[in-house]
Design a protein around this ligand. Structure first.
Ligand code: 6GU
Length: 248
């Protein structure tokens, strides 16, 4: 997969050199290219923003540098192929594991994180006529810019690429993995030592009884989800909740 990021803070994307994403890049599984938006400005001050039409506080990102950047990136790719554009914005649709899976199947993503009050609307409107475009929010809070969201979305997508995670089974029962554990949150996990600060391990995990262990894990997941994310239980298919869960 190729990922291009256009930003006025290229250094904000340095964490993409580290850990899982950094290793995927080093192995050639992921081609990440970070671009400084100001390279597509032409005035002495490399201006990327201006005052909003209609008044109001803050500044809006000018369309021309974005248009030149996106055209140049498109032209740098294979003839006749368009990237999928991902626009991080608090007014986007919620980023979910489902969208991460969908994006992980695309060969080429371009992220356009904005600062200030956002990008002139005509940029998204123009590219949406030619490209697949997703405006995405990572949660119900407001960040100073979209760069942190690019880090979040890139990590969620990269770990789904073939060969990036050591063990392909490691994302099978992720919290929110479509179909896994009927969309419950994952319960607690334990490792050695068997006693730590007077706390021992739930006995069932030492029983060697795989059926009982699976049942216990599912109960724990159900209890945790009921306590922390009742909204996930409410939107659950009732057939996916067995009699046992309803008794808990
Ligand atoms: Cl994607 N961008 C900004 N600026 N704030 C956010 C966000 C994105 N998602 C949640 N808050």
């Amino acid at each position: 997969m190729r990922i291009d990021v256009v930003t006025i803070f290229p250094e904000y994307l340095e964490p993409l050199n580290v850990s899982l994403v950094g290793k995927a890049r080093a192995r050639g599984q992921l081609d990440v290219r970070v671009h400084d938006l100001r390279q597509w400005t032409h005035d002495r001050h490399h201006t990327v923003d201006d005052t909003p039409y209609g008044g109001g506080p803050g500044m809006v990102m000018k369309p021309e540098p974005w248009g030149e950047a996106l055209d140049a990136i498109e032209a740098s790719g294979p003839q006749g192929t368009a990237p999928v554009m991902v626009v991080p914005t608090p007014s986007g649709r919620p980023f979910t594991q489902r969208l991460a899976v969908e994006l992980s199947a695309k060969p080429w993503l371009v992220f356009t994180p904005a600062r200030y009050e956002g990008i002139d609307r005509r940029v998204v409107d123009a590219y949406a006529e030619r490209w697949e475009v997703h405006e995405v929010s990572i949660g119900d809070y407001v960040l100073a810019g979209g760069e942190a969201a690019v880090l979040v979305i890139t990590e969620a997508v990269a770990r789904l690429l073939p060969g990036v995670l050591g063990n392909a089974e490691s994302h099978r029962d992720d919290s929110f993995a479509p179909g896994a554990m009927a969309d419950l949150l994952e319960g607690p996990v334990y490792t050695k030592p068997p006693v730590w600060r007077d706390r021992d391990i739930p006995e069932v995990l030492l029983s060697g009884h795989h059926g009982k262990i699976a049942r216990w894990r599912r109960d724990q997941a159900f209890r945790r989800t009921s306590a922390l994310r009742p909204d996930l239980i409410e939107r659950c298919d009732p057939a996916a909740l067995d009699k046992h869960d309803r008794a808990l």
